[in-house]
Design a protein around this ligand. Structure first.
Ligand code: SF4
Ligand code: SF4
Length: 359
């Protein structure tokens, strides 16, 4: 799709999003009474809190709810199935680049090999208004190492870059085009100076990051299954299996499915978030658990996130560098920490020749 840059003046932002709210529900960053910022349903465009840095809780629940009814069924003489999912149009406004990249990962995950109609329908009804990070990133952020920020080349429907008194407005998809069209009269043509201002933001981005993660070496070790069980068990021995890392990760997709009996005798099939760090996630009906130890579950998590096998299947590695698992984990099992420990600790397992090449 041809890149098309415009300008949305900040003085026109209220009218723009008030008009959009007439067509779809707005989700956006909202400041709570104690000062925390979280993504929530926006009742008035005035509630969109544009000047946030990064939210701990990702907006993934608006596409993959914590808990959702999938369908209702009866088990009378004939089984009758009634769908319950009816997603309404929504726009996620001021979503960060890393979270958009995570949604694109999830879109792939829920499309292959079997299409998940629940995720697909919600995403089809969602317009993503990405807001480029041009303030200093949080200490934990490393999106720049994961090709998922601070701005995006693709994956957004609309991308906004804050240029002071105006936003550079970039349409990235047909869905973005459709959401823009009724309000296009509020947009002005972008000038070369606007494009240059954005370019300067891109040039300055690299120097702002405090966390870097050299994933490539760890990806090689993990993909080749060369990381000894001892390293995984050492890492796993510190895990509390609280599930914070996977719950906060915008990429993680684990879920479980249950059936609930309703008071009227019908049943509802529902799904809810789960975590590969919980023993019950892989425990089979027989009681056998193919991943019985903490180490084997931590290994699984990182194998899923970084191995070539999954990179090929999912189109990218399963980390967008948002840093939330660093913030969440009390015992330093965030992705960059684990990558660093694998790089360091593998050293003692390497044959002498490779060891020399490593130094
Ligand atoms: S946040 Fe840390 S302690 Fe909690 S489950 Fe994840 S790895 Fe384990
Ligand atoms: S693994 Fe950690 S840093 Fe990477 S996307 Fe998930 S929460 Fe963010």
């Amino acid at each position: 799709m041809k890149k098309d840059y415009s300008i949305l003046k900040k003085s026109d932002v209220p009218a723009f999003f008030a008009s959009l709210a007439n067509e779809m529900q707005l989700i956006g960053p909202k400041q709570l009474f104690a000062g925390d910022v979280t993504f929530d349903v926006i009742q008035s465009h005035k509630d969109i809190y544009w000047d946030y840095g990064h939210v701990v809780y990702p907006p993934k629940r608006f596409l993959l709810p914590h808990f959702e009814d999938m369908f209702r069924y009866t088990c009378d003489e004939q089984i009758k199935i009634e769908p319950t999912c009816n997603p309404q149009p929504q726009a996620i406004v001021a979503i960060r680049s890393c979270d958009v990249a995570a949604i694109r990962f999830q879109e792939n995950f829920f499309s292959y090999p079997i299409v998940d109609p629940y995720y697909k329908e919600r995403l089809n009804n969602t317009v993503l208004f990405n807001l480029v990070c041009n303030t200093p990133p949080k200490e934990e952020c490393f999106c720049i190492c994961c090709d998922s920020g601070p701005w995006l080349e693709s994956g957004f429907d609309v991308q906004l870059t804050d240029l002071g008194d105006r936003f550079l407005y970039e349409v990235g998809s047909d869905k973005g085009e459709k959401a823009t069209e009724p309000r296009a009269y509020m947009l002005l043509p972008a000038t070369p100076a606007d494009i240059e201002a954005r370019r300067q933001i891109e040039l300055q981005a690299d120097s702002r990051f405090q966390t870097v993660s050299y994933l490539a070496k760890a990806i090689n070790f993990i993909s080749a299954d060369e990381v000894p069980a001892k390293i995984w068990e050492d890492l796993g021995s510190t895990c509390f299996r609280c599930g914070a890392c996977t719950n906060l990760c915008p990429v993680c997709t684990c879920f479980t499915v249950d059936d609930r009996e309703e008071p009227d005798g019908t049943f509802t099939r529902c799904r809810s978030w789960d975590s590969c760090q919980y023993a019950g996630f892989t425990r089979e009906a027989s009681g056998h658990n193919p991943r019985p130890t903490f180490g084997s579950r931590v290994a699984r998590r990182f194998y899923h996130k970084t191995s070539y096998q999954y990179i090929i299947r999912d189109g990218r590695h399963g980390c967008v560098g948002c840093g939330r698992c660093i913030t969440a984990c009390l015992t330093k099992l965030g992705l960059p920490d684990v990558v660093k420990r694998i790089r360091r600790e593998m050293h003692e397992f390497l044959p002498p020749k490779e060891k020399a090449a490593e130094v």
